[in-house]
Design a protein around this ligand. Structure first.
Ligand code: 3H9
Length: 691
C-alpha cells in the first residue's frame, strides 16, 4: 500500500495464489484484482533505487510470477482499476484477458525513471497493441485511459459498475487461456515496422532530449520483432541492467522521491488541521493572476478575480478564454468543461464578496508599496480565518505581513509562469505564518495538482535567489565575449528546457529589472553589476511582449539572433573596459550552473530550504532543469563537491568576491561528503523557515 507496488513478497504471493487456484479443482477461472485504490502501480521503486545505486546486485525478477500466470491452465482475468503502471501493466499483460474500470489508467512510465520496462513489457506490449503504439507508450511514458486501451487491444472489456462482479462475469464466459507471448498477429516484421522504429527514435530524441532509456526501449521492442520471445526477453534484461547502471537513472529516481518528500515537514505533521478552501479570490488580472485563477477553477474552486482597471480585467478574462480555447483545440478539454470553469471565475473591479473567500491570493506588480496597500485593504475585508497569500517572487513576506495584525495568516504562494501549466509553487513561510496555514497551502497545492515546496523567507526565496547568480554570470559571459545565443545554445544542449536569455525574454526583461530596482540600495559599491539589461529596458526592448529583447521575434514568436544586440553588448563592454575573449562551452556551464549551486549551498545552510532535494524539486518542476541530471544539488554531487569547490575557488581568484565559496560547500568538500548524504543525516531534525 498505498499503490500495491510489487515489493518483496508481493510477486511471490501472487504466484503462490495462482498456483494454488490452478490446483484447486473447484476453481474454473481466476480473477486478479487490486485492493484499495488501485491495481498495481509498478515494481517497487525503492528496489530499483537499490539496484541503481549498486546496493543490490540486480533488478527485481518478476519473471517466475509472470510465467506462473501465463502458463496457468485456467483462464486468468486481470481486473484493473486505478493505475496499472510499469510492472503493474506487465503483470496484467501476462494474464489471458484484461478488463478495466472506465477511469482506469495504464502505461509504461519506466522512461521517467531512466529505465525501460524490465518485466517483459517490451515483449508483450507490441504483441497486444502493435509496434507503433507500443513504441509510443514506452517512449512517452504517458498513461492511457481505459477507452484508448480498449481501442488498442490492450484490454478486452470496460466494466461499468462494480469491477469485481463484472470481472467474474467475464471470467465465467472467457475462452481458454490465451498466452500473450504466443500471440504474433500484431507484431509484423522488421521491414514492415522500419518506419515505426525510425519514427520512435526520432520521437525519443525530440521529446526526451539527451536521454538514453527511451532509445533503449525502442531497441527492446525491435528485439521483440526480431527474436523469439525468450531471446527478446533476455535482450530486454540486458538493456534494463545497462539503464539501471546509468547516472540518468539514479538522477530520475532521486527526482521521483524528492518530489514526494517535499510535503514532509518535521514540525507540520500530516494531521495538522487545515482550513477548508472552497472559495478563492485573486487580486490582479495580469498574466499571473489569470493563470492562478485558471488553476483554481481547474480544481473546481470558485474565484473572484479583481482588478481595479476595467481594461486590464477584460484583457485578463480574454486571455483566460483564449487559453481554454487552445485546450479545446488540442483535445485536452471539452467545451462543457471549459464553460464550467469559466463560470467559476467571476471578474470584478471591486472587493465585493471578498469577505466570503477562504483564501485571497494577491498577484499585483512586484512592488512592496503596492503590495502593502493591497494587504492593508484585504485585512479590512477578509474573514479572520481567511488565508492571505502573496504571489510575490522576491519580496519580504514578513514586511508584507507587517501591515496586518494577523501575520500568522499571511504566507507567500509563489506560482510560476504560466501558472496554469507550471507545477511548482513555493510556499513561503514567514516568521509568523501558522502551521495550519502552511498545511492548508500544502493541501491546496495538491488539490491544484501542483508541487508545493515550503521555503523560508529570503530574497528571491529558493528558485529566484539561485537564479540571480545564474543570470548574473550569463550576462558577465556575454560582456566578456560570448553571445546570448551561444550561451543559450550551450545551456539548452546541456539539458535546460530553455536558454536563460530566452527565459528572460519570455518572462519580461522589466520583471528582473524591477526587482533589481527594489533592492538597489543593497548593492555594494565597487562590485561588478551586469550592464545590458538596463539599456534594453531604456530602449523598450522588454522581451517577447515587445517583439524584441535579447532576441528579435517574428510573428510566430520565433527567437532570432539580433546583430544589433551583439553590437550593443560589444560597445557597452568596450566602454566599460571589459576585455574580449573566446568563451568555451565548458566555462559557460561551469559559471552558470556552479554559481547556482554555490547559492543553493548557502540557502541550505541558512535554513531557507529544508533539504537539498527540496532545492532540486524547485528546479526540476519550476525552472526547466533536466530531470536526468537530478536537480542542481544532485548534479553537484555527481560532479563531486571537491571539484565544484575547487572551480568556485578558482573563479573567486579570477572574478572576485561574488564567487566566495559557500561555507557549507567548503565543509562538505573537505569532508568528502555529498548534499544527498547531508539530507539523510539531517533526517527530520530541522524544519524550514521556522527559525
Ligand atoms: C517498474 O515497474 C519497472 C518494471 O518494468 C519492472 C522492472 C524489473 N514503488 O505519488 P503518490 C509511493 S518501474 C514504490 O504521492 P498519487 C510514493 O513514493 C515503476 N513506492 O500518490 C508515495 O510514498 P510516500 C513504474 C511508490 O496518488 C506513495 O506511494 N511505475 C511507487 O499522487 C503515494 O504516491 C511508476 O513509475 C512505486 N512504484 O500517485 C509509477 N509508486 O507516501 C510511479 C508510488 O511515502 N508512481 N509510490 O511519499 C506514480 O506515478 C504515482 O505514485 C501514482 C499515484 C500515479 C501511482
Amino acid at each position: 500500500p498505498p499503490v500495491n507496488a510489487l515489493s518483496p513478497g508481493v510477486p511471490e504471493a501472487i504466484q503462490a495464489h495462482i498456483e494454488s487456484a490452478a490446483a484447486d479443482l473447484t476453481v474454473r477461472a481466476i480473477v486478479v484484482i487490486g485492493a484499495g485504490r488501485t491495481f498495481i502501480a509498478g515494481a517497487d521503486i525503492k528496489e530499483l533505487e537499490a539496484a541503481a545505486s549498486g546496493a543490490s546486485p540486480s533488478p527485481p525478477r518478476l519473471h517466475p510470477m509472470l510465467r506462473a500466470i501465463e502458463d496457468c491452465p485456467k483462464p486468468v482475468v486481470m481486473a484493473i482499476h486505478g493505475t496499472a503502471l510499469g510492472g503493474g501493466l506487465e503483470v496484467a499483460m501476462a494474464g489471458h484477458y484484461r478488463v478495466a474500470s472506465p477511469d482506469a489508467q495504464m502505461g509504461q512510465p519506466e522512461v521517467n525513471l531512466g529505465i525501460i520496462p524490465g518485466a517483459e513489457g517490451t515483449q508483450r506490449l507490441p504483441r497486444l497493441v502493435g509496434v507503433p503504439a507500443a513504441i509510443d507508450l514506452c517512449v512517452s511514458g504517458a498513461p492511457i485511459k481505459a477507452a484508448q486501451a480498449l481501442k488498442l487491444g490492450l484490454i478486452d472489456q470496460i466494466v461499468e459498475g462494480d469491477l469485481l462482479t463484472g470481472a467474474i462475469a467475464f471470467a465465467e464466459q472467457a475462452g481458454p487461456p490465451r498466452k500473450t507471448r504466443e500471440r504474433n498477429e500484431k507484431l509484423g516484421t522488421l521491414e514492415s515496422n522500419a518506419a515505426a522504429f525510425a519514427a520512435g527514435r526520432e520521437q525519443a530524441r525530440k521529446t526526451k532530449r539527451n536521454q538514453t532509456a527511451p532509445l533503449r526501449a525502442v531497441d527492446a521492442i525491435e528485439a521483440a520483432v526480431a527474436l523469439p520471445f525468450e531471446q527478446g526477453s533476455q535482450k530486454e534484461r540486458q538493456l534494463i541492467v545497462e539503464c539501471l547502471a546509468s547516472d540518468q537513472c539514479r538522477a530520475l529516481i532521486h527526482a521521483f522521491f524528492a518530489e514526494r518528500t517535499v510535503s514532509k515537514i518535521p514540525d507540520i505533521p500530516k494531521d495538522t488541521p487545515t482550513f477548508p478552501i472552497r472559495r478563492a479570490a485573486v487580486v490582479g488580472a495580469g498574466t499571473m493572476g489569470g493563470g492562478i485563477s485558471m488553476s483554481l477553477a481547474n480544481a473546481g474552486i470558485s474565484v473572484l478575480l479583481k482588478d481595479a482597471d476595467q481594461f486590464a480585467l477584460e484583457r485578463g478574462m480574454a486571455t483566460i478564454q483564449k487559453n481554454y480555447e487552445t485546450s479545446i483545440r488540442r483535445g485536452r478539454l471539452t467545451q462543457d468543461a471549459v464553460e464550467q470553469r469559466m463560470a467559476l471565475i467571476q471578474p470584478q473591479t471591486t472587493y465585493d464578496a471578498f469577505d466570503t473567500a477562504d483564501i485571497v491570493i494577491e498577484a499585483v506588480f512586484e512592488s512592496m508599496a503596492l503590495k502593502k496597500q493591497v494587504f492593508a485593504e484585504l485585512d479590512r475585508i477578509a474573514r479572520p480565518e481567511c488565508v492571505l497569500a502573496s504571489n510575490t517572487s522576491t519580496l519580504d513576506v514578513d514586511e508584507i505581513a507587517s501591515v496586518t495584525p494577523r501575520p500568522n495568516m499571511v504566507v507567500g504562494l509563489h506560482f510560476f509562469s504560466p501558472a496554469n501549466v507550471m507545477r511548482l509553487v513555493e510556499i513561503v513561510r514567514g516568521k509568523a505564518t501558522s502551521r495550519e496555514v502552511i498545511a492548508t497551502c500544502l493541501a491546496l497545492t495538491k488539490m491544484l495538482r501542483k508541487v508545493g515546496v515550503v521555503v523560508g523567507n529570503c530574497r528571491g526565496f529558493v528558485g529566484n535567489r539561485m537564479m540571480f547568480p545564474y543570470m548574473r554570470e550569463a550576462q558577465f559571459l556575454i560582456e566578456e565575449g560570448a553571445t546570448p545565443w551561444q550561451v543559450d545554445k550551450v545551456l539548452y544542449d546541456w539539458g535546460m528546457a530553455m536558454g536563460i536569455f530566452a527565459v528572460d525574454d519570455m518572462a519580461g526583461i522589466d520583471v528582473g529589472w524591477r526587482v533589481r530596482q527594489e533592492y538597489k540600495h543593497l548593492e555594494k559599491p565597487g562590485i561588478r553589476q551586469p550592464l545590458i539589461t538596463e539599456k534594453l529596458v531604456e530602449m523598450g526592448r522588454l522581451g517577447q511582449k515587445t517583439s524584441g529583447g535579447w532576441y528579435r521575434y517574428d510573428e510566430h514568436r520565433k527567437a532570432i539572433p539580433d546583430p544589433g544586440i551583439e553590437d550593443l553588448i560589444k560597445k557597452t563592454a568596450r566602454e566599460a573596459g571589459i576585455p574580449q575573449r573566446a568563451i568555451s562551452d565548458e566555462e559557460i556551464i561551469e559559471r552558470c550552473i556552479y554559481s547556482m549551486i554555490n547559492e543553493g549551498a548557502r540557502i541550505l545552510e541558512e535554513g531557507y530550504a529544508l533539504r537539498a532535494s527540496d532545492i532540486d524539486t524547485v528546479y526540476l518542476t519550476g525552472y526547466g532543469f533536466p530531470g536526468y541530471r537530478g536537480g542542481p544539488m544532485w548534479y553537484a554531487d555527481t560532479v563531486g563537491l571537491k571539484t565544484i569547490y575547487q572551480r568556485v575557488g578558482s573563479f573567486r581568484q579570477k572574478f572576485g568576491e561574488l564567487w566566495e565559496p559557500a561555507p557549507l560547500l567548503a565543509r562538505l568538500a573537505s569532508e568528502d561528503r555529498t548534499f544527498a548524504g547531508l539530507d539523510t543525516e539531517k533526517g527530520s531534525q530541522e524544519s524550514v523557515g521556522a527559525r
